[in-house]
Ligand binder design. Structure first.
Ligand SMILES: Cc1cc2nc3c(=O)[nH]c(=O)nc-3n(C[C@H](O)[C@H](O)[C@H](O)COP(=O)(O)O)c2cc1C
Length: 185
């Protein structure tokens, strides 16, 4: 079994990557494989509501990672999507991408139905909960069971004045273990 880790930050190896890596360690420890998908830092188009995806279940806009991400999720048993917090919301480029990914695959096709999913936010100080809630909307629209931890899935970044985020580290680990438990059921 394999879980896809989606890094929704423009930084390939930044704080969102660090948060997802902690989930990865827990998954790997329990024998679950992982694959990474970084959304990059190139322009991402928003949905133009052309409606073509109602027949193809793929996006007509081909100059970014949208359709590659659909394929990567389809090949995975579960998915964890991480984002930096930008003004108490996910990165705008990530939302632009996910609007199209989930509109094409889920609104029309139900392609992701049944795949366990989780959202993770990396923040300097606050806004993680609204960020996680926003990402969870994609999952709850798509009949994807949302995996939780024993706290909200947030990690303070190393620039924050919060000190070492031991609680955040543990939250990521527990999230990984809970993803394994759901996958094995
Ligand atoms: C445009 C912008 C807006 C941000 N807004 C917030 C915010 O509302 N709350 C917060 O705690 N951090 C905010 N941050 C900080 C980042 O969320 C934080 O540094 C994050 O850990 C960066 O993750 P990354 O290294 O994966 O990109 C913002 C950063 C940027 C660039």
């Amino acid at each position: 079994m394999k879980v896809l880790l989606v890094n929704g930050s423009p930084h390939r190896k930044g704080e969102t990557y660090n948060a997802l890596s902690l989930v990865e360690t827990a998954l790997n420890e329990k024998g679950i494989g992982t694959e990474w998908f970084w959304i990059g830092n190139k322009p991402v188009r928003g949905c133009v509501d052309c409606g073509k995806c109602s027949k193809t279940f793929r996006c007509v806009l081909l100059d970014d990672a949208c359709n590659d991400l659909i394929e990567a999720i389809l090949k995975s048993d579960g998915v964890v999507i991480g984002s930096p917090v930008y003004f108490a919301a996910p990165n705008g480029a990530l939302c632009a991408l996910l609007d199209r990914v989930f509109y094409a695959a889920s609104t029309h096709g139900g392609l992701f139905k049944g795949k366990p999913a989780a959202a993770v936010a990396s923040c300097m100080r606050s806004g993680a909960n609204s960020t996680i809630d926003r990402i969870n909307k994609y999952f709850s629209f798509s009949e994807m069971p949302i995996v939780s931890s024993n706290y909200w899935n947030m990690l303070f970044d190393t620039q924050s004045q919060m000190g070492t985020d031991e609680k955040g580290n543990k939250t990521m680990q527990t999230l990984g273990y809970n993803m394994v438990a759901i996958l094995q059921k």
